[in-house]
Design a protein around this ligand. Sequence first.
Ligand code: PLP
Length: 386
Amino acid sequence: MKHPYLAKRHWEYEEQSLSLTNEMVKRYDDVIDLSIGDPDYPADKRIIEAMYEGGLQGYTRYTEFLGDEDLRQATIDMYKEDYGYTFDKDEILITAGGTHAMYLLMEAILDEGDEVIAIAPYYIYYQPQIELVKGKIVVYNTKPEDNFDVDVNELEKCITSRTKAIIVNSPCNPSGKVYSEENIKAILALAEKYDFLVIADDIYGALNYTDNKKPICAYEGKPGRVVTLYSYSKDYSMTGLRLGHVIAEKEMIAAMRRVNEAVAFTINSMAQRGGIAAIKNRKEIQAGLYEEYYKREMYIYERIQKMKNISCNKPEGTFYIFANIKDTGLSSMEIWDKILDDAHVLVLPGSGFGQAGEGFIRIAATVGIDTLEEAFNRMEKMDIFR
Ligand code: PLP
């Protein structure tokens, strides 16, 4: 979009498919929206009460630059108790969610032209997050026929003298993949060999339906080669409250804090009080979310098994199903439009998640089973799926 007052670097910017959904959802009156990862599951009342009480007690002012001290301490205690992972109060920065955490991290670690490896299909916004600070994204494409596993020999070919980090998102958006211990250890060994960081995007940590629930930081014991990004958005259904953190060695945290002082100054103080309540009640809150999303995921999985020209793996994590539609003969973008026009259901095209996602659609379990049933009743009637 050209405009005389717009910096030239923004003239050629390509819209992400996710950004187009706001308009697409308005195309018909009865659209069922299974596109953006923002489910209907409510934030727990105890979190909201803690925010309210916090506000009344005066937690309405700036917090410390690294974040509310009580929240940082509660987070330290949680990691120690749950994973045996230890870090200090100056090795964590509270952020306004995972997106903000990743941007600050990119600012802190990338010089112009430094490379970050993303494992495709990957979360759409990694690319602009890397490119906004003049880094270069290097995409490693996994293959659906390998169940989106990482082939370490192939991955090694992506490494250059400019490789600064690799992002590992497990459970993965959009594929739902949970990487095996063997995969994680092999990635960590590569990072050690070539001396780069492993960025663990742990945003779906509580929505892991496998027995392999160990977060990447737990392979290390304390901050070092692994930088952990976390968000309350999905694990606590707090997308709009914008809360997360980053855990790293204190020099990196100090750089991110410095950048953040110029970007956001500090994070919403009441949301941070809510975060303390979330941590305190995490087992109970997350058990409810887990049960609900697993039920929805299995429902979608089973409906897809009964349809033609569409298939998917059994859900391993997240609240997404990444479904293969190659047998329809249509591209991800074509089928995205067609499902909206024929069934009034809005999903996302897999190609928006990198080349490895072409031939797929992402279906988000953002509504209850009754609405999912209606969505699949409509999709099932489409010629291509009968
Ligand atoms: N990382 C992944 C893999 C995601 O799927 C998302 C959101 O969908 C984010 C990060 C950022 O989420 P938030 O900024 O709400 O924490």
